[in-house]
Design a protein around this ligand. Sequence first.
Ligand code: ADP
Ligand code: MG
Length: 327
Amino acid sequence: MENDSGYFITSKNIFPSISQLLDYYSKNNGLCCLLSRICPKMIPATEDLSKATRDKWEIDRRTLTKIEILGSGNFGEVWRGTWNSTRQVAIKLMKPGTMDKTTFLEEAAVMKKLRHPKLVRLYAVCSTEEPIYIVMEYIPHGCLQKYLKKDGGKKLTEPVLIDFAAQIASGMQYVESKCIIHRDLAARNVLVADNNMLKIADFGLSKSLKDNSIYVFKEGSKFPIKWTAIEAITSQNFSIKSDVWSFGILLVELVTYGNTPYPGMTAAEVQLKLQGAFRHPKPPGCSDELYEIMLQCWHANPQKRPTFDSLFHILDDFIIATQNSYE
Ligand code: ADP
Ligand code: MG
């Protein structure tokens, strides 16, 4: 801020120039952290590949070049590549014959409706022949689970991890407002962009909901037990509230730097014990306040769990509200 006497963040400490202000806060405490290096300029994320593809859902696969494989998941491979030789994109290829075209295109149809800075943006599909391609925004630093596991991840302080949690809650707040459920919310399905910006990906299991009704999961399908809400495991009742449960497990992944939840327990043991009062124990180093949020996400009654809207606001204010713990 600026007044007649100079520049300031708090009016108790006024500097004659911005460079003196920056110099002071890079050497002295006063902000939540010391200023270090200049934030790299963000390349603005373009909404669509081009004006021409905005309403054109199907594109010609000859306009795409695959460069390197980024990962392979349940349904196929994900490649880094380019569109029209210039625009960097990620291309998801469906393994021919592993699942039907309709199911694969459902993922794309859900993603296409969603436009939010915290969600991976879908650009187009090539679905006229196999393998089917989904063309989406390329996110440079891979999945959050691996990012947390890397040595660098250990340097992430609790305020940064809480900011991650708030970003994911913000994306899910939008998903909630659209009456959509994700159904596989986990650190492996969150991607890391520049400047620690996160994007939620892999709406592979999501389905559009009508009137907030609870979607009943098809029998025989596989799902990751340690992330799944108790009612979704036992009665296949998936809802935005089962996503809230998964979000609580994602908080565990954040504070344990990408470890698998419920260490030392098999998925079957977890499933059995969750039917009683047992919940994931407080991870080492996790504050009481954050563990309290996790426990709310795992309330036995789905309706008693918080909304993503309230989770976002709690986490967004969390650093200020619990400031004393960081001093
Ligand atoms: P699946 O649903 O088949 O398991 P994912 O969509 O989770 O596949 O992708 C598998 C891996 O590919 C991810 O862990 C990530 O490393 C990489 N990946 C996926 N989407 C992108 C993207 N948009 N940008 C960069 N990397 C991606
Ligand atoms: Mg995945």
